[in-house]
Write a protein that binds this ligand. Structure first.
Ligand code: HEC
Length: 94
């Protein structure tokens, strides 16, 4: 048990951004499809440019980009989480 805790602690310290991104991205799959490949007319995120995804999220959050739901979704994420999630989706296969 102590070994597992030490392993987890080591993992959390060595890869904070990597540990955070998949968690934050869990909230996107429900609408953007499993793996972020798009679903039911909702655009795909997987394999797209990280800077573009990040800019879109920041604009949704600031109410500068029109949308039905993304403005509200994006406001639930910090800029660090948005950056981590954008990097995460950019690395996924289309
Ligand atoms: C409740 C459903 C829902 C959730 C949850 C959701 N999205 Fe969206 N997303 C949409 C819809 C619908 C659109 C189309 C714009 C609109 O109507 O708001 C969209 C559009 C986008 C776009 C713009 C894509 C384009 O090509 O125009 C990005 C980027 C995006 N979402 C990222 C995310 C990320 C990252 C998450 C998770 C943090 C997420 N979304 C969670 C429904 C959702």
């Amino acid at each position: 048990m102590r070994f597992v805790a030490a392993l987890l602690a080591a993992f959390a310290m060595s890869a904070p951004a990597a540990a955070q991104a998949p968690l934050a991205a869990e909230g996107c799959y429900g609408c953007h499809g499993p793996g972020g490949t798009g679903a039911g007319g909702i655009p795909a995120l997987a394999g797209r440019d990280a800077a573009e995804l990040r800019a879109a999220m920041i604009a949704f959050r600031a109410n500068e980009r029109p949308g039905t739901i993304m403005g509200r979704v994006a406001r639930g994420y910090t800029e660090a989480e948005i950056a981590a999630v954008a990097d995460h989706f950019a690395r996924l296969p289309r």
